[in-house]
Design a protein around this ligand. Structure first.
Ligand code: HBI
Ligand code: FE
Length: 293
């Protein structure tokens, strides 16, 4: 998942066991994963692989099918990068956990996806706030095979560096959160997942698509920029694209005039609905308490 914007904890995932290079990366050191690490991967992989057909969008399932990601165990980042580089010019690099915003954005701006090297413990199968190798590789990498997502995530890296300088990073971070991390998309055969935070979570896969609790609202850029989000629970609102290609416009947009307007408006609570919202489903609520960002 994504961390809150602003805070820049380092090394959360595996403590002091890795000393990162100046760009925050470490060697994946694939041979050092234990049998237990690979077994955790396999459990998660098999569960999600059963769940996602008919729930994840076609682009996600296609990307997954064409990558060396399987039940055998944690994938080798070099093997992933070889396929990705040919397809969309992306690579996967290993990091110990969360990296500072500026480091994260610089990698994305250069089409390098920083993936957590560590894998969660067996007792954390369902939720952890910090991005591990299952979230980052299973959740994010398949969509990076799609040319529109490939461009959009790079643009987020470029835009993130700029938004940070302008002091409006939270506004842009919300766009990433509600698209790349927790986005839904309409497909001819129904609503589908493309967000990695959902696709890498068995419980949220069902919740986002099938539960009555959350709102499902048509994506609108300024609306999303104003919407606070939760990092400690399922989302209260999911935003739905009409098609993945709609992100293409965002990749080239000049956000500066929007920032000025949006920054002057009050932020919206995660579960709020507005009269102008294109509501696909009005949520019944019933969320556990927690502080929204
Ligand atoms: N680091 N490894 C990692 N993964 C992220 O998703 C990430 C990060 N550092 C900063 C960051 N995300 C966010 O704060 C920005 O997307 C706003
Ligand atoms: Fe993520």
């Amino acid at each position: 998942m994504n961390p809150p914007p602003g805070g820049t904890p380092v090394n959360g995932g595996e403590g002091a066991t890795a000393t990162p290079r100046a760009d925050g990366t470490i060697d994946q050191d694939w041979a050092r994963y234990s049998a237990r690490d690979h077994a955790v991967w396999r459990t998660l992989f098999e569960r999600q692989t059963r769940l996602l057909p008919g729930r994840a969008c076609d682009a996600f399932l296609d990307g997954m099918a064409r990558l060396p990601i399987g039940a055998e165990g944690i994938p080798d980042f070099d093997a992933l990068s070889e396929v990705l580089l040919r397809q969309t010019g992306w690579q996967v690099v290993a990091v110990p956990g969360l990296v500072p915003d500026a480091v994260f954005f610089d990698h994305l701006a250069n089409r390098r996806f920083p993936a957590g090297r560590f894998i969660r413990q067996p007792h954390q199968l369902d939720y952890l706030e910090e991005p591990d190798v299952f979230h980052d590789v299973f959740g994010h990498v398949p969509m990076l095979m799609h040319p529109v997502i490939a461009d959009f995530v790079q643009a987020y890296g470029v835009g993130g560096l700029r938004a940070r300088q302008l002091g409006v990073l939270p506004l842009l971070a919300r766009v990433y959160w509600y698209t790349v991390e927790f986005g839904l998309v309409r497909q001819a055969d129904g609503l589908r997942i493309y967000g990695s935070g959902i696709a890498s979570s068995a419980t949220e896969t069902r919740f986002a698509l099938e539960d009555a609790a959350p709102n499902r609202v048509g994506f609108a850029l300024e609306r999303v920029m104003r919407t606070l989000y939760r990092i400690d629970d399922f989302q209260e609102t999911y935003f739905v694209l009409d098609r993945i290609e709609d992100l293409l416009e965002l990749a080239s947009i000049d956000f500066a005039p929007l920032y000025a307007r949006v920054a002057s408006e009050p932020p919206l609570a995660p579960g709020a609905l507005l009269p102008q919202d294109r509501v696909l489903h009005r949520g019944t609520g019933r969320h556990r308490p927690g502080a929204p960002r």
